[in-house]
Design a protein around this ligand. Structure first.
Ligand code: GLA
Length: 439
């Protein structure tokens, strides 16, 4: 005989067994994706690391801000001024030292610089990492994430590069997700919005999961060197411009407004002279190509050079507003490689207003003739279209056949093409409108 008590116990057991079976069959619950609503377009500005390394101070930052205003960079969209590693007072483990700014380098503190930037329509960024120490050996944030996030927010900091590639190089994905989630959550509880860059050198398939944690951008590769196309990896580590570009092919789908693939800082203007970064520099054409490519794939664009000393050509490259506009296009579509003929490649993206940006890249050693066809390359039935050259700042006219042009060695030509509607009599609507105006 089974009494009531035994029947009840049996039911409880059955329920427990069923819930265990159900739990193991059901997929593990994923935390809901988070977003801080920031960086709807990629951050654009300057970062201290690639030229200065940890040899930074208040005067450099102030002069950098002043120079970016005077030389037109701020007005072209370069608003972030980011301190990288080396602003901290102490080298060594966090368990042995507090995290403070170095009063010798920054006598008036970080909030002074944040105010200085904000008063001029710019933003200030800072750097830390999830380990006991950062990559350059300064105190990290491990175990003090909430406290540090509060301190950064109180200082008025607008961007944090949170760098795990030295402290967590071999860490499994779960651990990486935990460290970035911890800092992301800590930042999101602050009233002051702080853009989060999760810097992990493109390891751990970070593009697959970082956006879900509220991260705004993540490096897709190892550090860039000051080279356009160095054979292999310099020092068996660094990526050059074309390495970063190739690394990004296939990752386009992970990026969009608020969460971007980061191809690393711009090397334009370093000219092989950096105190910090390895590399022998690139030609003017190659730097321009690098800049055009970063714009097409909507990578964050943080200039690494000393902006107080940019030559005219580099400045013209960086302040080409038509190219910056591609990077900042609100649709946030990332350019795809739509054709690959060996050394000759075509990249394209659709822009918010329905026009397309097209980039013709010649990786080869000699000038080449390249052809672009909207029908073949974009699968867009554009029977008539207009073309504008975004480096020459010139409208090239109306086309109803594929567009053919010369591209120099290592050059990228960038065009904006716009479909023209065709009227019943076969003339393009815009031609008709122009004739109307001419009369
Ligand atoms: C790593 C990063 C660099 C820079 C340094 C600072 O190497 O990849 O971009 O931030 O750390 O120590």
């Amino acid at each position: 005989m089974v009494n009531k008590k035994q029947k009840f116990a049996g039911l409880i057991w059955m329920f427990a067994l069923l819930s265990v079976a159900f739990a193991s069959a059901a997929p593990a619950a994923q935390p809901a994706p988070r977003s801080n609503g920031l960086a709807q377009t990629p951050p654009v500005g300057w970062s201290s690391w690639n030229n200065f390394g940890d040899d930074i101070n208040e005067q450099i930052v102030i002069e950098t801000i002043d120079a970016m205003i005077a030389n037109g960079m701020r007005d072209a969209g370069y608003v972030f001024v980011n301190l990288d590693d080396g602003w901290q007072r102490y080298k060594g483990a966090r368990r042995d030292h507090p995290l403070e700014f170095d009063p010798k380098k920054f006598p008036r503190g970080i909030s002074y610089l944040a105010d200085y930037a904000h008063q001029r329509g710019m933003k200030l960024g800072i750097y830390s990492g999830p380990g006991q120490t950062t990559c350059a050996g300064y105190t990290g944030s491990e175990g003090h994430e909430a406290e540090d996030a509060r301190m950064f927010a109180n200082w008025g900091v607008d961007h944090l590069k949170y760098d795990s590639c030295c402290s967590h190089r071999e860490a499994p994905k779960e651990e990486l997700q935990k460290i970035f989630r911890t800092m992301s959550n800590a930042l999101m509880t602050q009233k002051h919005g702080i853009v989060l860059h999760a810097c992990h050198c493109g390891w751990g398939d970070i593009w697959e999961w970082a956006a879900g944690l509220g991260v705004n951008h993540w490096r897709i590769g190892q550090d860039i060197s000051d080279d356009f196309n160095y054979p292999g990896n310099r020092e068996q580590y660094y990526f050059d411009v074309l390495d970063q570009l190739d690394r990004g092919v296939g990752l386009e789908k992970y990026a969009g407004p608020g969460h971007w693939n980061d191809y690393d800082m711009l090397i334009v203007g370093l000219d092989g002279q950096s105190k910090q970064l390895v590399g022998t520099g690139a030609s003017n054409i190659e730097y321009r190509t690098h800049f055009s490519l970063w714009a097409m794939v909507s990578s964050p664009m943080l200039v690494g050079a000393d902006v107080r000393k940019l030559d005219q050509y580099s400045l013209e490259t960086l302040t080409n507003k038509e190219i910056v506009a591609l990077n900042q296009d609100p649709a946030g579509n990332i350019a795809h490689k739509v054709r690959d003929d060996g050394d000759l490649e075509v990249f394209a993206r659709e822009l918010a207003d329905g026009s397309h940006a097209v980039l013709l890249l010649n990786r080869g050693a000699a000038t080449a003739t390249m052809t672009f066809s909207p029908r073949a390359d974009l699968q867009a039935p554009m029977d008539r279209y207009s073309i504008r050259d975004l480096w020459k700042h010139r409208d090239l006219g109306t086309y109803d056949i594929p567009f053919t042009t010369e591209v120099q060695s290592h050059e990228a030509r960038v065009f904006r093409i716009r479909q023209l509607a065709t009227s019943a009599n076969g003339r393009s609507v815009s031609d008709a409108a122009e004739q109307e105006l001419a009369r």
